[in-house]
Design a protein around this ligand. Structure first.
Ligand SMILES: CC(C)(COP(=O)(O)OP(=O)(O)OC[C@H]1O[C@@H](n2cnc3c(N)ncnc32)[C@H](O)[C@@H]1OP(=O)(O)O)[C@@H](O)C(=O)NCCC(=O)NCCSC(=O)C(=O)O
Length: 393
């Protein structure tokens, strides 16, 4: 399509996903330049209605807006013959087909891999499912909370705060990580197709995919075979890993080497002799680690966050301001690079706050060329183009 830029320009994606994972993945494909046609049930992607209380219209929840730009919306009732026939026609024109239904549901509709491959032999068929074939959980429903629970992510917060209740990390972590895996899988399959002409099924089981992401550092002593320690507290979970209070906010500091650490403490009024004196007062290594972190905190409190940001640059110390979910909207760097932009949708919805795509390409820049669509906004346009353009039929 002429209106698309980015490295995937010219790739057409038929996207029948809903909720978070699938739409997140297909939005990235759209940001990368692919033409994404979002096929929705007559009642729409269920994510459209999340947080409806504050939405200006029923079909545009806040989260939906962040997951569906660079797409067109076409309503097709896939439980009707006409709807299925239109989808088959669309698939004939497509490079990629993506869904996130359970196996029996997609088979019932008649759009399993073999059926879609029969329509378009070189199709890249992307599929986000809960669990891989043949396992005890195959075919079960999967949402972010369930997968965070099964993968062990719900054990992390209790390790920090002492509240023993397993709880999910408060972001749709499994959905987004698995969405990225789906993008990687689809892109790799496109590259393979480019080289060989062969399409394939690309399946991302959420549990396997998210467990592989999470356990990188959390296998800890069990990384060794036989195990050399118990599961427990890898570096990522040290209780000292926390923000430090400045005179007017918070910073993160990660002084990886002794010199940077010494420079930081000296700037906070604790010179090398004082550091040694405090260490000497401790009975053992554990006490010295705790003393060190007390000194980091004491130093932080002597200056403002902005001072520390400046000194970090000047003295080569890894320091960063800590934002709240409100102040991140006004972060100086994100402001400089115009990361957030208000973009108009229509009179009823007004504008939404878009975040810039996260990859910088030198030759094929990514761009937002379409705002998140209203439900069925492009049904007529797309179906009309299918009828009028014989190359698509
Ligand atoms: C998300 C789900 C739990 C939802 O479960 P279910 O509501 O039971 O849906 P199923 O996928 O089994 O079936 C979907 C049903 O929608 C119907 N369907 C789908 N598209 C259409 C259209 N266009 N028209 C008519 N009907 C449609 C389809 O025929 C099925 O109907 P019937 O045949 O009549 O059943 C599951 O799909 C799933 O586990 N998906 C894989 C992993 C995933 O992506 N999870 C969500 C991540 S987002 C997330 O975690 C989050 O938001 O939080």
């Amino acid at each position: 399509m002429a209106d698309r830029s980015g490295p995937l320009a010219g790739i057409r994606v038929i996207d029948i996903t809903q909720f978070v994972l699938g739409p997140y993945a297909t939005q990235i494909l759209g940001d990368l330049g692919a033409e994404v046609i979002k096929v929705e049930t007559p009642s729409g992607d269920r994510q459209r209605r999340e947080m409806g209380r504050i939405a200006p219209a029923e079909d545009v929840s806040a989260t939906f807006l962040q997951l569906n730009r660079n797409k067109r919306s076409v309503v097709l009732d896939l439980k009707s013959d006409a709807g299925r026939e239109h989808l088959r026609t669309l698939i004939r024109t497509a490079d990629v087909f993506v869904h996130n239904m359970r196996p029996e549901a997609v088979e019932r509709l008649g759009f399993g891999y073999r059926e879609v491959q029969a329509i378009r032999p070189d199709i890249v068929y992307g599929w986000a499912c809960g669990f891989g074939k043949g396992g005890a959980y195959a075919g079960r429903q999967a949402f972010d909370d369930l997968i965070q629970g099964a993968a062990g992510a719900t054990a992390l917060l209790p390790m920090y705060d002492g509240n023993p209740d397993p709880r999910p990390i408060p972001t749709y972590m499994a959905d987004k990580v698995c969405g990225l895996m789906l993008v990687i899988g689809v892109q790799s399959a496109l590259l393979h197709r480019e080289r060989t002409g062969e399409g394939q099924e690309v399946k991302v089981p959420m549990l396997e995919s998210f467990a592989g992401f999470l356990l990188v550092e959390h296998l800890h002593g069990h990384s060794y075979s036989p195990p050399r320690g118990k599961l427990g507290h890898p570096g990522a979970l040290t209780p000292f890993r926390k923000a430090l209070q400045t005179s007017d906010g918070y910073i993160m500091i990660l002084a990886q080497d002794v010199d940077a650490s010494d420079r930081y403490l000296a700037l906070g009024g604790i010179d090398a002799a004082e550091v040694q004196r405090r260490y000497a007062a401790e009975p053992d290594g554990r006490g010295r680690v705790a003393a060190y972190h007390r000194m980091l905190a004491e130093a932080a409190a002597t200056r403002t966050t902005t001072d520390w940001m400046d000194l970090g640059t000047k003295h080569s110390i890894p320091i960063m301001r800590v934002n709240s979910l409100e102040s991140v909207l006004e972060d100086p760097h994100l402001t400089d690079v115009s990361f957030f932009s208000a973009r108009p949708i229509d009179d009823e919805v007004g504008s939404y706050l878009a975040m810039a795509p996260g990859i910088e390409f030198s030759a094929t820049p990514m761009a937002i060329t379409r705002e998140p669509p209203r439900l069925g906004q492009h049904t007529e346009e797309v179906l009309h183009s299918l009828n009028s353009d014989r190359s698509l039929a």
